[in-house]
Every structure is written in structure tokens, then in C-alpha cells.
Design a protein. Structure first.
Length: 225
């Protein structure tokens, strides 16, 4: 649920701090690898992405749940020596990317289920240097905690790809939870507010225009220090 806040909506929730069952949930999924079949369309999307990456030996950036791909184009422009892959489950959202396209040849948008795509990346030899999760659905009700990435069966694959992750949200609790969950994988985090920065996604632009505070969590592996 949410409430009107200017021209966007603020988080409305019955949970005001880290979920009291979060640690137990994270530990449970750490010990149980997902066995669900990979969706056919994601398997095909992964093959197409591998073809696009053929021969590439450099670093890769993932932009998961990229929506219309504005963030993917921004990342490609910011990191011209990387290959950037934007992933979203909605063909309709990806189809709107032409409005944000900047002509960079170092990025690709694909339609795939990120839960399955992360598992395929985990089993590959990709050199993923950074992973972005920009404004994922927070599922703010306490009863929805296991729908959040950090408290789901997808978390082990997510953390195995790279410990260098940036998550953004307008709900501080979501990022506090992600940091707590990531700590179970030996990953440290820095949490800061986003001020005086150009909006990186349409969501961020909307929240900023409504006067909401946006936050970012930068995660990094211990060995990366």
C-alpha cells in the first residue's frame, strides 16, 4: 500500500524496522539451493546474451529489473569499457527504451526472469564487476518479506554473482534489510542518502520531484577492500 506524496506515492507499511524473522529466512535459503526449472524464455535470453558477449574478456555490469532501460543506458555511458546488461521481465517496459536510447553499443536489454537469469550467470564464467538493483518492488507489508530479493530463494545466486552491489530505494527499511542479509554472505555495506544527484531512473526522478528522500546501499565483498 502507498500514500499520495506530490505526484508520486510514498511507502505505507506496518513494518518500521528490520523484520524479526529476516536472519532465519536468509540462513534457510543459504542452505537450500533452488531446484525450480529455468523458464524457457530466460534460457533463450541467456543464450542470446552469451552470443552478444562472445569473445568479451572484460568486466560486465548487470542492471536487474531495469524497466525502460534508462539506467542501463546511463551505466553504459558512465562505464564505456564495460559491457552492460539490462534485464527486465516486462517486454512492454523494454519496448519503451527507444525514448532513452543513447546509441551506445556496449549495452544490451533483454527480457528475462531475473531469478532464473541470476542462476545461469552464477554457473557461467562472466566477470561481473558490479550489479545494480535500482528501486525494486519493496513489498512493504511485513507479511510480504519473502517476496523481497534479500529474503527470497534468489538471494544465494544474487550474492554468488558479485559482492559489489548497489541497491536504491525510497524505503530505508528495505536497504537496512538488504545490508543485514548481505552480511550473512561476508559482504559489507555503506548506506547513504541520495542528494543533489541527477535522477538515474524514472522512479528516482518521480520520488525526488515529490520531495521524498531516496537512499542507496553500496555493498562490497570483504576481499574487495
Amino acid at each position: 500500500m502507498s500514500e499520495s506524496c506530490g505526484n508520486s506515492r510514498s511507502i505505507s507499511t506496518n513494518q518500521t524496522s528490520v523484520h524479526d524473522k529476516l536472519d532465519d529466512i536468509v540462513k534457510k535459503y543459504q542452505q537450500n539451493e533452488s531446484k525450480r526449472p529455468i523458464s524457457e524464455h530466460t534460457d533463450l535470453a541467456f543464450e542470446q546474451t552469451c552470443d552478444w558477449l562472445e569473445g568479451w574478456q572484460g568486466p560486465i555490469i548487470l542492471d536487474s529489473c531495469c524497466g525502460v532501460g534508462e539506467s542501463t543506458a546511463n551505466l553504459a555511458n558512465k562505464f564505456p569499457d564495460h559491457k552492460v546488461i539490462g534485464i527486465d521481465k516486462s517486454e512492454a517496459r523494454i519496448g519503451k527504451h527507444h525514448a532513452y536510447q543513447k546509441g551506445d553499443s556496449n549495452y544490451l536489454l533483454i527480457r528475462a526472469d531475473v531469478n532464473d537469469f541470476w542462476r545461469l550467470v552464477r554457473s557461467s564464467n562472466w566477470q561481473v564487476s558490479q550489479h545494480y538493483l535500482l528501486y525494486p518492488n519493496p513489498y512493504p507489508k511485513a507479511s510480504q518479506v519473502q517476496k523481497r530479493w534479500h529474503a527470497s530463494a534468489a538471494m544465494p545466486a544474487l550474492m554468488a554473482i558479485t559482492g559489489n552491489i548497489q541497491v536504491r530505494s525510497n524505503w530505508l527499511v528495505y536497504l537496512m534489510e538488504f545490508a543485514r542479509a548481505a552480511s550473512h554472505y561476508g559482504v559489507r555495506s555503506d548506506l547513504t542518502s541520495i542528494v543533489q544527484e541527477d535522477a538515474f531512473t524514472p522512479f528516482e526522478r518521480k520520488y525526488q520531484q515529490s520531495g521524498q528522500t531516496c537512499w542507496k546501499l553500496d555493498c562490497y565483498s570483504e576481499e574487495g577492500e
